[in-house]
Write a protein that binds this ligand. Sequence first.
Ligand SMILES: NC(=O)c1ccc[n+]([C@@H]2O[C@H](COP(=O)([O-])OP(=O)(O)OC[C@H]3O[C@@H](n4cnc5c(N)ncnc54)[C@H](OP(=O)(O)O)[C@@H]3O)[C@@H](O)[C@H]2O)c1
Length: 338
Amino acid sequence: MERLCAVHPNAVWHMRLSYILATNEGRFLIGHHKHASRYEAWLRHHQTTTPQMLTPVLLSLSTEPQTLSTVAKKYLVDMPVVLIVGATRGLGASLVKSYANQPTNQILATARASSPPKDADNIAYIPNIDISSPEASKTLLDYLNAHSIRHIDIVIVTAGYFATESLKEPSFEAQEKMYKTCVIGPTILVTALANHSPGLLNSSSKVILVSSESGSITLRHESEGGGNYGHHASKTALNMSVKLLSLDLKDRGVAVVAVHPGFMRTEMTKNVGFDKFWDDGGAVTPDVAAKSLAEWIGTFDISKTGQYWAPRGAADIGTAEPILGPKEKLPVPLQLPW
Ligand SMILES: NC(=O)c1ccc[n+]([C@@H]2O[C@H](COP(=O)([O-])OP(=O)(O)OC[C@H]3O[C@@H](n4cnc5c(N)ncnc54)[C@H](OP(=O)(O)O)[C@@H]3O)[C@@H](O)[C@H]2O)c1
């Protein structure tokens, strides 16, 4: 199998015979198979952190001027860039793990903090991305420019915030924070990526905005009652943004979708006291939800742009039964009603 690999400069000398053989054949079977995933991870890491290191390494592997562009072309095709916004905890952290398992993926993971988790083989953290702030898009675009990232295959915005409210105790301040975090920030960020350059998001790009079944007006039911105005309504507004962005980006072939990732055992639900519903409500770990979501994203394309999906179906949607009918008759994945 033809593989694109790179090697650490220290390893070049030992591996030289392998390269020469590979280039003489006009192929790019470089280095030793055994270490392929390590070399690939190293290449990705250094392309994102210190792009200038890439050229000398590739040049040392290449004997013809043609070779470099062929390598670069293959490199771009074979190494999807996945941007995960809100990647430090919960679903976002699990998505990072899940996508990073595939060594050819290059993960850009955003953190709100200025000191994010340490980069790993194929994961680069981008600090200081507070999606509720108007600065988030600029900080992110500056990073992409500085690291010569010219195309993103998958964008997942999962950053979110949930504060409870009731008729007796609404909160202007909490609502403001939820709207900024869950709808204004994600919408502005996607527009910034779309406006950056025609190629950053194109017909091979998918944009997934993590919503919630709680944003569905159809699925609200008296069995659950009212309250939680800012949380639920900000997700409804996010759903509207998804629909509008999908219309704006359809001609470019960029697929945009809203998803309900499932009821999860995360800090978000624990902090609002929903951990008491975890067992009865069928809550899953964020790792389980991330796996289902990533698998579903693999099947998602422009034919479903502008829609609203629950990759894990209705099992954890408390109001599904009275509104949509017996859960066992509902398909998995399930397209949700707005
Ligand atoms: N949990 C559920 O049952 C459930 C159900 C339906 C939908 N969802 C949705 O799924 C998504 C993930 O939920 P989760 O349960 O994984 O949440 P979580 O455990 O609370 O994690 C939230 C993540 O978002 C980040 N974040 C919060 N505010 C941010 C901001 N202003 N800017 C940038 N990042 C920010 C957090 O970063 P820090 O570490 O910096 O705080 C953290 O990485 C959310 O959109 C949520 O609404 C969750």
